[in-house]
Design a protein around this ligand. Structure first.
Ligand SMILES: [Zn+2]
Length: 271
C-alpha cells in the first residue's frame, strides 16, 4: 500500500471528492443501531427501514412531515459534531492547496476545520430549507427551527401547526435543500462555490495534483466519480486515488491510478 502522507507531500495540490461512503465510514449510521434507537417511534408508526428510504415517505400532513424531518436533520447534521475521520483527512491536507467537492449533505467538512471557501456542496444541505416551489433562490438556516420542533413533537409524531414553516414569498410549503427534483434551489453561495471549483481545476492544469476520491459510488457518478477519472485521463500531471470497495475504472489510467479498497479509517488512523 502506498503511503498516503508521502503522496500528499509530493503533490502541489489536492482535490478531494467525497460521496456518501465517506460519511458511512465516519460512523454516520443511516440504518443500523443508532437509527433503530433514535427513530423507534417512527419505525413503529411508518415501518421505516433506514434513513435513506424514509426520506421519500409521502406524509399526509406538514405537521407529520416536519416531525420526521426535524428528527432526520438533527440526527444527520445539526445535532451532530464533526467526526474523527473527517478531522484526520483535514489534518492530512490542511497545509496544501486543497479543494473539496462533495455530494454529502451532512456538512462534515464544515465541522472539521476545512475552509468554507474551499468546499463545493453540490447537492444541498440538511442545514437549510427552501421554498418547495423554488419561487426564489434564498436558503434559510433551519438549526433553531429544528431544535424548537424537537421539543414539541407530540405522541402522534406531529409538530404544532404554528411551527410549520411557510415560504415568505409565495406561501407554499418549505422543504430541506436537497437535490431530488427540478425544484432544487441553487443560491448565490452555490454559484460562487461552483465557480471556485472550476477555477481550482483551471489553475492546477500544469501542477502536480492528487485527486482523493472517497466513497463516491454510482448513485450520482456524473458529479465526482466519472469526472475524476476523465480529468486524470486528460492530464498527465494528475493522479487519482480512489477509496472505495468498488475500485473499478472506466478508463485505463495506468500508474496514475491508485485503488484503495481497504478500511479508510485504518488508513487515516495514524495521521
Ligand atoms: Zn415560494
Amino acid at each position: 500500500m502506498k503511503d498516503i502522507l508521502q503522496i500528499i507531500r509530493e503533490a502541489d495540490s489536492v482535490l478531494i471528492g467525497a460521496g456518501s461512503g465517506l460519511s458511512t465510514a465516519a460512523g454516520i449510521d443511516y440504518g443500523g443501531e443508532s437509527f433503530q434507537r433514535e427513530f423507534k417511534e417512527f419505525i413503529e408508526k411508518y415501518g421505516f427501514r433506514d434513513l435513506y428510504t424514509s426520506s421519500f415517505y409521502d406524509f399526509a400532513t406538514q405537521e407529520e412531515y416536519w416531525a420526521y424531518w426535524a428528527k432526520h436533520i438533527d440526527f444527520a447534521n445539526t445535532g451532530r459534531e464533526g467526526t474523527e475521520l473527517y478531522r484526520k483527512i483535514y489534518e492530512a491536507v490542511k497545509d496544501k492547496n486543497y479543494f473539496v467537492i462533495t455530494t454529502n449533505v451532512d456538512d462534515q467538512f464544515y465541522k472539521t476545520g476545512f475552509d468554507k471557501d474551499k468546499i463545493f456542496r453540490v447537492q444541498g444541505s440538511y442545514r437549510y430549507i427552501q421554498c418547495s416551489n423554488a419561487c426564489h433562490n434564498k436558503l434559510y438556516d433551519d438549526k433553531d427551527m429544528v431544535e424548537e420542533m424537537l421539543k414539541n413533537i407530540d405522541s402522534d409524531l406531529k409538530v404544532p401547526q404554528k411551527l410549520v414553516p411557510i415560504c415568505p414569498v409565495c406561501g407554499e410549503n418549505m422543504e430541506p435543500n436537497l437535490r431530488k427534483d427540478g425544484y432544487f434551489v441553487e443560491d448565490e453561495l452555490w454559484d460562487k462555490q461552483s465557480d471556485a471549483y472550476h477555477h481550482f481545476l483551471e489553475e492546477n492544469q500544469e501542477k502536480k495534483l492528487v485527486l482523493f476520491e472517497f466513497g463516491a459510488g454510482f448513485n450520482t457518478p456524473t458529479i465526482i466519480r466519472f469526472p475524476f477519472e476523465k480529468f486524470t485521463l486528460q492530464n498527465q500531471n494528475w493522479t487519482l486515488i480512489r477509496f472505495n470497495k468498488d475500485t473499478s475504472t472506466f478508463y485505463d489510467l495506468g500508474e496514475r491510478y491508485v485503488p484503495m479498497n481497504g478500511d479508510v479509517t485504518e488508513i487515516f488512523k495514524n495521521i
